[in-house]
Design a protein around this ligand. Structure first.
Ligand code: NAI
Ligand code: MG
Length: 500
């Protein structure tokens, strides 16, 4: 289905008074974020041993802006020899200067990184939106502030590890290989690097191939902050480069965030080795809305759960389960709210929903839209205009779906919500848990006791109550079942980088 063809003829607001009507009352003037000040080089090399070095095979790949389909820059493709060089640099730093300096000094470097990130926050936000398609309002107000917050948080732990692990002498793993995805490029880098450094490890990190720009900018910042050479190494490339990291003999620990499929491949490659690993994989979170819930807040929660970051969120609430008595009301309010979302230029400060991260992901999501219709679901899409170029998808709802539909079972990783109903709390819980994943769920009700009762029966690492997609460095995050192994964030996140 072509994304531009989709029109919904049956949309009718509940009543003129209850509908949030923005468009016919006023229009938003464009509010473009200035991007000229953010310097982008024509080409970026690998960051190994504190220097920018050319890839051994001399190969480079392009990076595009998904909102314009224009090429922004190119990155070096790291192959086996480069990975080996990076691991050696990380090993040398680990056995050398990094192990010798005091924990307090280690913490100071991490603080310095956090402060420099804050100083250059707007530049990082602009580049994150340009390379990855997320609205500037999100990269500016969510991603980059959280990036700094994670570095600050773990900087504080560096010289207090004995308090986190009473009675133990915490020992780092050594060299960590870290592979991250494209949905929160710099934030995932922070989740990986900050706890690894705080605990005294060194790292070789690979950003995703569609969003490597802010990681290379971060490498420039690392150089500027005077961190000892080789403590942080950044290598670019696609899946093959990632596999070279996973399979390198001298890496002690792998930390991966990405798809469940690749997570399984990594787990198989690591079986029988003494490498440790943490995997943070996919999800298919449920939003369980009870009849006694504050409905307007719940609708805002749904919008935030599935349309934040174009739905490219591992813990996205992509399945709405609403109690029968309020289902019609919730669905109608949700449709009304969808009509107010602004989809378009990620660098416009008014934009709510930006571009789908890449052509591949755009095609994947569109396939799921077709599949949902083939499976017999009713599709509803916001009627907003979308730019002609670039990878944009209108916020979408599927109603009339059943539990066995693939759009209900599989991670779509786009702005697509399925809607089902339930009668009793047990039915709601059963449906929420009926998925191979177990990353996050949400529950909306007026009753605190119900939150605890329902929340404690949900098989997911995170349960949000009357809110969704809230992140904080002090709070652990991670999944059950096919959503992964291990926890990141908080004190639990330190344990993932310490030998037991
Ligand atoms: P992916 O899992 O292939 O990519 C994530 C990272 O792993 C990237 O840096 C990639 O270069 C690397 N990688 C790929 N193959 C590898 C291998 N064999 N060994 C080591 N590293 C490897 O995800 P992809 O293909 O970009 O997205 C496909 C689907 O995965 C999405 O549609 C979405 O459903 C899901 N996904 C979930 C994420 C999450 O946070 N839960 C993040 C990204 C994707
Ligand atoms: Mg890109």
């Amino acid at each position: 289905m072509s994304n531009t063809e989709t029109k919904e003829a049956t949309y009718k607001p509940t009543s003129p008074n209850s509908k949030l009507d923005f468009e016919s009352v006023w229009e938003y003037a464009p509010a473009p974020q200035d991007s000229d000040f953010a310097e982008v080089k024509d080409r970026y090399e690998l960051f190994i041993g504190g220097k920018f070095v050319k890839p051994s095979k001399g190969r480079y790949f392009k990076s595009t802006n998904p909102a314009t389909e224009e090429e922004i820059t190119e990155f070096a493709e790291a192959t086996q020899k480069d990975i080996d060089k990076a691991v050696k640099a990380a090993r040398k730093a680990y056995e050398g200067e990094w192990s010798r300096i005091s924990a307090k000094e280690r913490g100071k470097y991490i603080y310095r990184i956090a402060r420099m990130l804050q100083e250059r926050a707007r530049e990082f936000a602009v580049l994150e939106s340009m390379d990855g398609g997320k609205p500037i309002r999100e990269s500016r107000d969510v991603d980059i502030p959280l990036v700094a917050a994670y570095f600050f948080y773990y900087a504080g732990w560096a010289d207090k590890l004995e308090y986190a692990f009473p009675g133990k002498k915490p020992v780092p793993y050594g060299v960590c290989g870290q592979i991250i995805p494209w949905n929160f490029p710099l934030l995932m880098l922070a989740w990986k690097i900050a706890p690894a450094l705080a605990t005294g490890n060194t790292v070789v990190l690979k950003p995703a191939e569609t969003t490597s720009l802010t990681a290379l900018k971060f490498a420039e910042l690392v150089k500027d902050c005077g961190l000892p050479d080789g403590v942080i190494n950044i290598v670019t490339g696609a899946g093959q480069t990632g596999a070279e990291i996973v399979n390198h003999q001298d890496i002690d620990k792998i930390a991966f965030t990405g798809s469940t499929n690749v997570g399984k491949i990594i787990q198989k490659s690591l079986a029988g080795t003494d490498k440790k690993y943490t995997l943070e994989l996919g999800g298919k979170g449920a939003l369980v809305i009870f009849e006694d819930a504050p409905i307007d807040q719940a609708v805002e929660g749904i919008i935030n759960a599935i349309y934040f970051n174009q739905g490219h969120v591992c813990c996205a609430g992509s399945r709405l389960l609403v109690q029968e008595g309020v289902a019609d009301k919730v669905i109608q309010k949700l449709k009304d709210r969808l009509e107010t979302l602004i989809v378009g230029d990620p660098l416009d400060k008014n934009t709510d929903v930006g571009a789908i991260n890449s052509k591949e992901q755009f095609e994947t999501v569109n396939k799921y839209l077709e599949l949902g219709v083939e499976e017999g679901a009713d599709i509803y899409q916001a009627k907003c205009s979308i730019p002609e170029n670039g990878y944009f998808i209108r916020p979408t709802l599927f109603t009339n779906v059943s539990q066995s539909n693939r759009v209900v079972q599989e991670e779509i990783f786009g702005p697509v919500l399925t809607v089902q109903t339930f009668r009793t709390a047990d039915e709601g819980i059963d449906k929420a848990n009926n998925t191979p994943y177990g990353l996050a769920n949400g529950v909306w009700t007026d009753k605190g006791s119900k939150i605890f009762k329902v929340g404690s029966k949900m098989r997911s690492g995170v349960v949000w109550a009357n809110t969704y997609n809230k992140f904080d460095p002090t709070s652990p995050f991670g999944g059950y079942k096919e959503s992964g192994v291990g926890r990141e964030g908080g004190m639990h996140g330190l344990a993932a980088y310490i030998r037991n």
